[in-house]
Design a protein around this ligand. Structure first.
Ligand SMILES: C[S@@+](CC[C@H](N)C(=O)[O-])C[C@H]1O[C@@H](n2cnc3c(N)ncnc32)[C@H](O)[C@@H]1O
Length: 206
Protein backbone atom coordinates (compact mmCIF):
# COMPACT_ATOMS: atom_id res chain seq x y z
CA UNK A 1 0.00 0.00 0.00
CA UNK A 2 1.16 3.53 -0.82
CA UNK A 3 2.30 5.48 2.24
CA UNK A 4 0.29 8.60 2.97
CA UNK A 5 2.35 11.79 3.36
CA UNK A 6 -0.26 14.51 3.28
CA UNK A 7 -3.11 14.91 5.74
CA UNK A 8 -4.25 18.46 5.04
CA UNK A 9 -6.54 20.02 2.46
CA UNK A 10 -5.16 20.54 -1.02
CA UNK A 11 -7.62 23.38 -1.56
CA UNK A 12 -9.20 25.70 1.00
CA UNK A 13 -11.02 28.28 -1.16
CA UNK A 14 -12.34 28.12 -4.67
CA UNK A 15 -9.74 29.02 -7.27
CA UNK A 16 -10.98 30.92 -10.32
CA UNK A 17 -10.63 29.28 -13.74
CA UNK A 18 -8.41 32.15 -14.89
CA UNK A 19 -6.02 31.75 -11.96
CA UNK A 20 -6.02 27.99 -12.37
CA UNK A 21 -5.08 28.23 -16.02
CA UNK A 22 -2.39 30.86 -15.47
CA UNK A 23 -0.97 28.63 -12.72
CA UNK A 24 -0.74 25.71 -15.16
CA UNK A 25 0.93 28.00 -17.68
CA UNK A 26 3.35 29.20 -14.99
CA UNK A 27 4.35 25.62 -14.19
CA UNK A 28 5.08 25.05 -17.87
CA UNK A 29 7.12 28.22 -18.41
CA UNK A 30 8.98 28.02 -15.10
CA UNK A 31 9.52 24.31 -15.56
CA UNK A 32 11.34 23.01 -12.49
CA UNK A 33 12.88 20.19 -14.53
CA UNK A 34 14.74 22.81 -16.56
CA UNK A 35 15.93 24.97 -13.67
CA UNK A 36 19.51 26.27 -13.73
CA UNK A 37 21.01 24.31 -10.86
CA UNK A 38 24.36 26.08 -11.24
CA UNK A 39 22.85 29.11 -9.53
CA UNK A 40 22.60 29.17 -5.75
CA UNK A 41 19.43 27.43 -4.61
CA UNK A 42 17.01 28.03 -1.75
CA UNK A 43 14.29 25.56 -0.85
CA UNK A 44 11.15 26.08 1.21
CA UNK A 45 9.18 23.01 2.28
CA UNK A 46 5.54 23.75 3.17
CA UNK A 47 5.18 27.28 1.79
CA UNK A 48 1.58 27.83 2.97
CA UNK A 49 0.42 31.03 1.24
CA UNK A 50 3.98 31.68 0.04
CA UNK A 51 4.83 34.91 1.89
CA UNK A 52 8.38 33.79 2.65
CA UNK A 53 8.98 32.47 -0.85
CA UNK A 54 8.01 35.83 -2.37
CA UNK A 55 10.09 37.72 0.18
CA UNK A 56 13.13 35.53 -0.52
CA UNK A 57 12.80 35.93 -4.28
CA UNK A 58 13.18 39.71 -3.96
CA UNK A 59 16.10 39.52 -1.56
CA UNK A 60 17.95 36.93 -3.65
CA UNK A 61 17.45 37.96 -7.26
CA UNK A 62 20.43 35.95 -8.46
CA UNK A 63 19.38 32.76 -6.68
CA UNK A 64 16.67 30.31 -7.65
CA UNK A 65 14.00 29.71 -5.04
CA UNK A 66 11.96 26.50 -5.00
CA UNK A 67 8.68 26.10 -3.12
CA UNK A 68 7.27 22.65 -2.36
CA UNK A 69 3.72 22.19 -1.07
CA UNK A 70 0.64 20.34 -2.31
CA UNK A 71 -1.60 23.16 -0.99
CA UNK A 72 -2.94 24.63 -4.22
CA UNK A 73 -4.27 27.98 -2.97
CA UNK A 74 -0.78 28.91 -1.81
CA UNK A 75 0.83 27.78 -5.04
CA UNK A 76 -1.68 29.75 -7.11
CA UNK A 77 -1.17 32.78 -4.89
CA UNK A 78 2.56 32.68 -5.58
CA UNK A 79 2.28 32.08 -9.33
CA UNK A 80 -0.24 34.92 -9.60
CA UNK A 81 2.10 37.24 -7.71
CA UNK A 82 5.08 36.26 -9.87
CA UNK A 83 3.16 36.83 -13.09
CA UNK A 84 1.87 40.24 -11.98
CA UNK A 85 5.18 41.40 -10.52
CA UNK A 86 7.54 40.00 -13.09
CA UNK A 87 9.32 37.69 -10.63
CA UNK A 88 11.51 35.24 -12.47
CA UNK A 89 13.36 33.21 -9.88
CA UNK A 90 10.58 31.17 -8.23
CA UNK A 91 9.96 27.53 -9.17
CA UNK A 92 6.98 25.66 -7.79
CA UNK A 93 6.51 21.97 -7.07
CA UNK A 94 2.85 21.43 -6.11
CA UNK A 95 3.26 18.00 -4.50
CA UNK A 96 4.59 16.57 -1.25
CA UNK A 97 8.23 16.90 -0.27
CA UNK A 98 8.59 13.10 -0.24
CA UNK A 99 7.87 13.09 -3.99
CA UNK A 100 10.15 16.08 -4.61
CA UNK A 101 13.12 14.40 -2.93
CA UNK A 102 12.73 11.29 -5.05
CA UNK A 103 12.80 13.33 -8.23
CA UNK A 104 15.43 15.95 -7.34
CA UNK A 105 17.98 14.03 -5.25
CA UNK A 106 20.84 15.60 -7.14
CA UNK A 107 20.06 19.25 -6.41
CA UNK A 108 22.14 20.92 -3.70
CA UNK A 109 20.77 23.74 -1.60
CA UNK A 110 22.38 26.67 0.17
CA UNK A 111 19.43 27.30 2.44
CA UNK A 112 16.33 25.29 3.36
CA UNK A 113 13.33 26.66 5.27
CA UNK A 114 10.80 24.57 7.20
CA UNK A 115 8.53 27.08 8.91
CA UNK A 116 5.66 26.10 11.15
CA UNK A 117 5.13 22.58 9.79
CA UNK A 118 1.72 21.14 10.72
CA UNK A 119 2.11 20.45 14.46
CA UNK A 120 -0.20 17.43 14.80
CA UNK A 121 -0.45 18.01 18.56
CA UNK A 122 -2.43 14.88 19.47
CA UNK A 123 -0.12 12.09 20.53
CA UNK A 124 -1.77 9.62 18.16
CA UNK A 125 -1.09 11.99 15.24
CA UNK A 126 2.54 12.74 16.09
CA UNK A 127 3.73 10.30 13.43
CA UNK A 128 2.19 12.54 10.77
CA UNK A 129 4.74 15.26 11.52
CA UNK A 130 6.94 15.97 8.54
CA UNK A 131 10.11 16.66 10.53
CA UNK A 132 11.37 13.31 11.75
CA UNK A 133 14.68 11.45 11.53
CA UNK A 134 14.12 10.30 7.97
CA UNK A 135 13.16 13.81 6.82
CA UNK A 136 16.25 15.33 8.43
CA UNK A 137 18.46 12.68 6.84
CA UNK A 138 16.99 13.60 3.47
CA UNK A 139 17.35 17.35 3.81
CA UNK A 140 20.90 17.13 5.11
CA UNK A 141 21.77 14.99 2.08
CA UNK A 142 20.65 17.75 -0.31
CA UNK A 143 22.19 20.54 1.77
CA UNK A 144 25.49 21.96 0.55
CA UNK A 145 28.53 21.99 2.81
CA UNK A 146 28.19 25.10 4.99
CA UNK A 147 24.51 25.17 3.99
CA UNK A 148 21.85 26.19 6.49
CA UNK A 149 18.39 24.93 7.50
CA UNK A 150 15.91 27.12 9.37
CA UNK A 151 13.18 25.43 11.39
CA UNK A 152 10.48 27.27 13.36
CA UNK A 153 7.52 26.01 15.34
CA UNK A 154 5.19 27.21 18.09
CA UNK A 155 4.55 23.64 19.24
CA UNK A 156 6.86 22.98 22.19
CA UNK A 157 6.60 19.20 21.98
CA UNK A 158 7.54 19.26 18.27
CA UNK A 159 10.49 21.55 19.03
CA UNK A 160 11.76 19.35 21.88
CA UNK A 161 11.36 16.28 19.74
CA UNK A 162 13.42 17.79 16.91
CA UNK A 163 16.10 18.82 19.43
CA UNK A 164 16.32 15.18 20.53
CA UNK A 165 16.42 13.71 17.02
CA UNK A 166 19.09 16.13 15.84
CA UNK A 167 21.57 14.58 18.31
CA UNK A 168 21.73 11.63 15.90
CA UNK A 169 23.46 13.89 13.35
CA UNK A 170 26.91 14.64 14.78
CA UNK A 171 27.99 16.44 11.59
CA UNK A 172 25.22 19.03 12.03
CA UNK A 173 25.74 22.13 14.16
CA UNK A 174 22.63 23.31 15.98
CA UNK A 175 21.97 26.84 17.13
CA UNK A 176 18.91 28.22 18.87
CA UNK A 177 17.73 31.40 17.16
CA UNK A 178 16.12 33.94 19.42
CA UNK A 179 14.92 36.33 16.75
CA UNK A 180 12.62 35.90 13.78
CA UNK A 181 14.37 33.91 11.02
CA UNK A 182 12.63 35.57 8.07
CA UNK A 183 9.43 37.59 7.59
CA UNK A 184 6.24 36.94 9.54
CA UNK A 185 4.37 34.24 7.64
CA UNK A 186 0.66 33.49 8.10
CA UNK A 187 1.41 30.86 10.73
CA UNK A 188 3.94 33.08 12.48
CA UNK A 189 1.18 35.69 12.86
CA UNK A 190 -1.29 33.05 14.05
CA UNK A 191 1.16 31.89 16.73
CA UNK A 192 1.80 35.48 17.76
CA UNK A 193 -1.94 36.18 18.03
CA UNK A 194 -2.40 33.13 20.26
CA UNK A 195 0.50 34.34 22.41
CA UNK A 196 2.45 31.14 21.69
CA UNK A 197 6.18 31.05 22.09
CA UNK A 198 7.98 30.55 18.79
CA UNK A 199 11.08 28.38 18.87
CA UNK A 200 13.53 28.41 15.99
CA UNK A 201 16.63 26.38 15.23
CA UNK A 202 19.41 26.81 12.72
CA UNK A 203 21.12 23.65 11.50
CA UNK A 204 24.36 23.98 9.60
CA UNK A 205 26.45 21.39 7.86
CA UNK A 206 30.17 21.45 8.62
C1 LIG B 1 0.96 25.06 9.13
S1 LIG B 1 1.30 25.38 7.44
C2 LIG B 1 2.65 26.54 7.50
C3 LIG B 1 2.77 27.33 6.24
C4 LIG B 1 3.88 28.38 6.19
N1 LIG B 1 5.19 27.79 6.27
C5 LIG B 1 3.70 29.45 7.23
O1 LIG B 1 4.62 29.59 8.07
O2 LIG B 1 2.70 30.15 7.19
C6 LIG B 1 2.12 23.87 6.93
C7 LIG B 1 2.26 23.74 5.43
O3 LIG B 1 2.97 22.53 5.14
C8 LIG B 1 2.37 21.92 4.02
N2 LIG B 1 2.69 20.48 4.02
C9 LIG B 1 2.15 19.52 4.80
N3 LIG B 1 2.67 18.32 4.49
C10 LIG B 1 3.58 18.54 3.49
C11 LIG B 1 4.45 17.69 2.74
N4 LIG B 1 4.48 16.38 2.97
N5 LIG B 1 5.23 18.25 1.80
C12 LIG B 1 5.21 19.59 1.58
N6 LIG B 1 4.40 20.44 2.25
C13 LIG B 1 3.60 19.93 3.19
C14 LIG B 1 0.89 22.22 4.19
O4 LIG B 1 0.16 22.09 2.97
C15 LIG B 1 0.92 23.66 4.69
O5 LIG B 1 0.90 24.59 3.64
Amino acid sequence: MKKKFYFGRVKSRKISRIKESSFKKYLKTKNIYRLNSKKKLILEIGIGMGENLIYLSKRNIKKNIIGVDPFKNGMVNVSDYCINNNIKNIYLYPYVFQKFINKFKKLRFDIIYVLFPDPWPKKRHNKRRIVNEDFLKKIFAILKKKGRVFFSTDNLDYYMNVRTIIKKFPYIKVKKINKIVTIKTKFYLKAEKKGNRINSLLFSKN
